[in-house]
Ligand binder design. Structure first.
Ligand code: RB5
Length: 150
């Protein structure tokens, strides 16, 4: 799978662990995040990953900042992006299965490397369920995005 990853200055070390893990699993990873010692504002990091997804150059994205919250707020402003901030595996799995989330966010100051890799595995390895009720709710989210929810 093609996966884009980004981070701000709170998370370069954890990002590297995630990149290595994904590559070991055979995924093609585009790392757009900042390096150790650099500083960057998380909305720009979110923008780079979301644009790759919107352009069809990545299927899923992973965004890591201090809490994961800023990244998810920024990512969800991009059309077509459904970003979920998760700190436990159940939500990371269900947000793929039910919400067809295409971006996983988490915080390097919230979860350790072990949990981070478990979140990534749950997110990347879970397909969307394709059940009608979930698809309908996602289309309602899209209607909100387009200011068309009735
Ligand atoms: C940066 O210090 C911090 O604010 C950022 O990484 C993130 O946690 C924001 O949500």
């Amino acid at each position: 799978m093609k996966i884009a990853i980004g981070n701000d200055h709170a998370a370069p070390e954890l990002k590297l662990e995630v990149v290595e893990h994904l590559k070991k699993m055979g995924h093609e990873v585009t790392d757009t995040g900042c390096a150790v010692g650099e500083r960057c504002d998380y909305p720009y990091a979110a923008q780079r990953v979301c644009e790759l997804i919107r352009a069809g150059e990545a299927e899923l994205g992973i965004l890591i900042c201090g809490t994961g919250v800023g990244m998810s707020l920024a990512a969800n402003k991009f059309k077509g992006i459904r970003a979920a901030c998760c700190s436990e595996v159940f939500s990371a799995r269900l947000t793929r299965e039910h919400n067809d989330a295409n971006v996983l966010c988490f915080g390097a100051r919230v979860v350790g490397a072990g949990t981070a890799l478990d979140l990534v595995d749950a997110f990347v390895n879970t397909p969307f369920s394709n059940e009608e009720r979930h698809a309908r709710r996602i289309s309602l989210i899209t209607a909100i995005e387009n200011d068309e929810l009735k």
